[in-house]
Structures are given as structure tokens and as C-alpha cells.
Design a protein around this ligand. Structure first.
Ligand code: PLP
Length: 462
């Protein structure tokens, strides 16, 4: 007998018959005739393929409605799944960086549901400017004269360069020619902006005289780039922002800074390592400062530029600004986030990023102990332990600094790597996946970012 007329083929029901079956009624209501019929045709061809290869009907053929539901539900699952970030990296770029404050979430929802005064002035019914409200807030918080908002900090750097230095030279220290996350490299952005990069100094030491000697009639800017994701130790010298700004004043060349993460509060007040403050750069006399909205600031993805009025006006008028401008949802979330900074006493409570970064190790350790006793009985093939560990801030902020934290670790009792990876795989396929990290033959769950404990237990006790 040839496989083409294998008797098992006759056990694959016809599409029409299945669609008339009452088990399919709820599927037809939820997904519509066309999608259900298409799914059935795919399942039928999968069944025929299985018969050809294995001479047997696949097990799922006992319940076609159930098989169709599984496939249709799978197709409907969002590509942006909520997960537990227990990797130990708080601002995890691949997991969407900063979690938004409740105030920001409400502001975004409102901006989505209702028409908003995005570019409309209620005073005279005239045209408003979409960055206006935010610029006022940013000036108050940083001491700058004006501000401009774009989609991310990479866009901010591109716009600053293109609008103020196209066709001209920009002087940067060799110690600051950074690459961020692969695709953002200062020399490439310079080229895209039509600027000529003028490198000065050396990798470890750059002096004021290096900048001074590089300035000529075609120099448009002196630029500082915050070395976000690496750190040079030892015999090093860099020119401070204030000294560079003084030199810029003397030579009549504006100084700009890509601050990367940037921060609006002194993190050392919260027991964290200090990151340069945006307001310090402005006070030092830097003409334009750019930073990200979704790194230490704790807001939505955005690029924020603050600085001198005349230069910000140049950015606002440049055609690239139209292409890079932020949308109403970003602006709503950013405004609500920045407003939290007006009430510093409550910032830690209201801003998830700061709350997570400042969780004391003792508190996380206690949480780990509590969860260990609940989880251990359900994971008998593993030794479940509480360990201290070090979290990192992430997104290139404070690259060498670590935050003392605590983790639950799962070690296969038989020492096998396959059990270890099987556990990680299983947790990644949960309805709300749990993402940890494998190291030293164990699966580590750093609990620093675990706030919803009951949902976490619901997942891991499945
Ligand atoms: C993160 C970073 C960028 C890129 O910012 P995005 O908001 O991710 O576009 C640029 N420059 C520096 C120094 C950074 O740290």
C-alpha cells in the first residue's frame, strides 16, 4: 500500500463537518469563520504529514476543537509579553528598561482615550508647541533656559549635531568615543549628522590644551560624551565640564554633552553611586545637554535636550526635529514622571526605578527566605537556596557599580545541565514568564525587581 492512500487519512475529518460541530461554536464567535477554517486546514495538513512520517495519527487529533483553540490562542498572545525580570539588571534594555510610575500610566491612558491639547493653546485657541509644558518643567528642574524632546537619546545626539554643526568640525576626546549597545557609535552619528569628528588627546588622558589646539575657524562644537558603559582606571585625565565650558566661552565655541543616562537627583542621597546630574552640567555652563528618558530618569523612552534658548530654537526649527519628535503618549508619560521630581520626599515611593534600585539587601534577603520555604517542597529535584548576589543598574548606567542583593538559586541535585536548562525553559514558557540567569551550574533569580510576589508564586507553583 502506498502512503498516499493510507487508511488513516480517512480519519481526518472534513473542514465543513468540523465547523458544524458545536464544539467549534465558541471558536467561530471569538475568531471568525475565516480564521478558524484556515487554522483547520493547517491542522489537517499537519496531521497528513504526521501520518506520512510516523504511520500514525497524532494524539491531538482526538480533540480538533482543542487543538484549534490552542493554535488560535497562541497566535493571539501579544508579542510584548509581561515577564518577571529577575535577571539582576534593573534597567534591562531587552526587557523594556524603566517601569513607569502610576502617574505616568494614568497620564498615558488619558492621552490615548481623549483628545488632548498636544499643540493647542487654551488661552487663545491658537497653535501651541508640543514640547512647551515639558520644557517649562525641565527648566524648573535643571536651571536650563529651554528644552526639546525627541524619541530617544540617540536621536537627541543626532539632532544636536545636525542642527548646530553640520558641515563643520566637532572636537571630542579619544577617551569618549563610545559605542552604546552596538548600533550607536559616536563617530558614526557624527558622519550621519554631516559633521567632521576631530579626535583629541589619548584613550586615557586628554587635557584642556588638546581641545584648545584643535579649535580652528571651522570648529562648531566641543563635545563631551559620558562613558556610560565602561570605566578607565589608573593614569587618567579628563577635562571637567566646567573647565571645558570656560574654554568654549573664551574661544566662542559652544560645548555640548551627551550625558547618556543623566539623573535629576543626587543618587548618593539614596546610598547609590553618584551619576553626573543634568543641572550640574547646566550650572557648569554647558550649552546643550542630552539624556535618555527611560534610563535613571525612570520615564518613557525619550531623548531630552536642555540648554541655551538660541540653540534649542535651532533644534526646534531643524527638519530632523519633525522626523524625530515624540508622540503624545510619550510626552504625557514624561510630563507625569518629571512632575514626581518636584516632590523629592516622595520620589522613592512613586518612581519604580528608584524604588527598585534602592531596595535594601536585608529586605530582599528576607523575601528570598520567605519564598524559599514555599517553593522548595515543589522543586524536589533541585536544591533551593538563598544567596547574596550583586545586581546591576543596567542600560550603561554606572557600569562598574554593583548593588548588594539576594537571590533564590536552583541547583539540580543530580548536577545535570539538562535539568538546569529544562527549568529555565519551563519558566520561560509560563503565562507570565520568569526570566533568571544561569551561572555556576545554578539558575539564579535575583529578587531585587520582584514586587508582585503572589503572582510570582502562582507561576512557580504551577
Ligand atoms: C544610552 C546612551 C545613548 C543612547 O540613548 P537611547 O535613549 O538608548 O537612544 C547615547 N549616549 C550615551 C552616552 C548613552 O549612555
Amino acid at each position: 500500500m502506498t502512503t498516499e492512500n493510507h487508511p488513516l487519512y480517512s480519519q481526518i475529518p472534513a473542514t465543513d463537518r468540523l465547523l458544524r460541530d458545536e464544539a467549534f461554536e465558541p471558536l467561530l464567535t471569538q475568531f471568525g469563520h475565516q480564521r478558524v477554517a484556515r487554522t483547520l486546514r493547517q491542522l489537517q495538513s499537519r496531521a497528513r504529514e504526521a501520518i506520512r512520517q510516523q504511520q500514525a495519527l497524532p494524539v491531538w487529533c482526538v480533540d480538533w476543537a482543542q487543538a484549534a483553540r490552542q493554535q488560535l490562542d497562541g497566535e493571539n498572545a501579544s508579542a510584548l509579553r509581561a515577564v518577571f525580570n529577575l535577571t539582576g539588571t534593573v534597567l534591562h534594555t531587552n526587557l523594556g528598561r524603566a517601569l513607569q510610575a502610576e502617574a505616568a500610566i494614568e497620564a498615558v491612558t488619558q492621552a490615548m482615550r481623549s483628545p488632548v491639547t498636544l499643540e493647542y493653546s487654551l488661552d487663545d485657541a491658537g497653535r501651541g508647541h508640543r514640547d512647551r509644558a515639558l520644557a517649562d518643567l525641565l527648566c524648573r528642574l535643571t536651571g536650563a533656559e529651554d528644552a526639546c524632546i525627541v524619541n530617544n537619546n540617540a536621536a537627541a545626539v543626532l539632532l544636536m549635531l545636525a542642527a548646530t554643526a553640520s558641515g563643520k568640525e566637532v572636537v571630542v576626546s579619544r577617551g569618549e568615543l563610545v559605542e552604546i549597545g552596538g548600533a550607536f557609535r559616536i563617530p558614526d552619528v557624527m558622519r550621519q549628522a554631516g559633521c567632521t569628528l576631530c579626535e583629541v588627546g589619548t584613550t586615557n588622558r586628554t587635557h584642556e590644551k588638546d581641545y584648545r589646539q584643535a579649535v580652528n575657524d571651522n570648529t562648531a562644537l566641543l563635545m563631551k560624551v559620558h562613558a556610560s558603559n565602561y570605566h578607565i582606571e589608573g593614569f587618567t585625565t579628563a577635562v571637567e565640564a566646567s573647565a571645558l565650558a570656560a574654554l568654549g566661552d573664551e574661544l566662542n565655541v559652544p560645548v555640548i554633552a551627551d550625558l547618556g543616562s543623566g539623573s535629576l537627583v543626587d543618587l548618593s542621597l539614596y546610598g547609590l553611586p553618584k551619576e553626573p546630574l543634568v543641572q550640574e552640567m547646566i550650572a557648569a555652563g554647558v550649552s546643550l545637554v542630552s539624556f535618555s528618558g527611560d534610563k535613571l530618569l525612570g520615564g518613557p523612552q525619550a531623548g531630552i535636550i536642555v540648554g541655551k534658548k538660541a540653540l534649542i530654537a535651532q533644534l526646534q526649527q531643524h527638519p530632523l526635529k519633525r522626523a524625530l519628535r515624540a508622540d503624545k503618549m510619550t510626552l504625557a508619560a514624561l510630563e507625569a514622571t518629571l512632575r514626581l521630581y518636584l516632590h523629592p520626599e516622595k520620589l522613592r515611593e512613586n518612581l519604580p526605578t528608584l524604588r527598585l534600585l534602592t531596595r535594601p539587601q536585608a529586605e530582599i534577603y528576607q523575601q528570598a527566605q520567605r519564598l524559599q520555604s514555599l517553593l522548595a517542597p515543589h522543586y524536589e529535584a533541585y536544591s533551593v537556596q538563598v544567596e547574596t548576589c550583586l545586581s546591576q543598574i543596567g542600560s550603561g548606567s554606572l557600569p562598574v557599580e554593583r548593588l548588594p542583593s539576594a537571590a533564590l538559586t536552583f541547583t539540580p541535585r543530580d548536577g545535570s545541565g539538562s535539568l538546569l536548562h529544562a527549568l529555565a525553559d519551563r519558566w520561560r514558557s509560563l503565562p507570565e514568564p520568569v526570566i533568571g540567569r544561569i551561572s555556576d551550574g545554578r539558575l539564579w533569580l535575583d529578587l531585587r525587581c520582584l514586587e508582585n510576589e503572589s503572582r510570582f508564586l502562582e507561576m512557580l507553583l504551577k
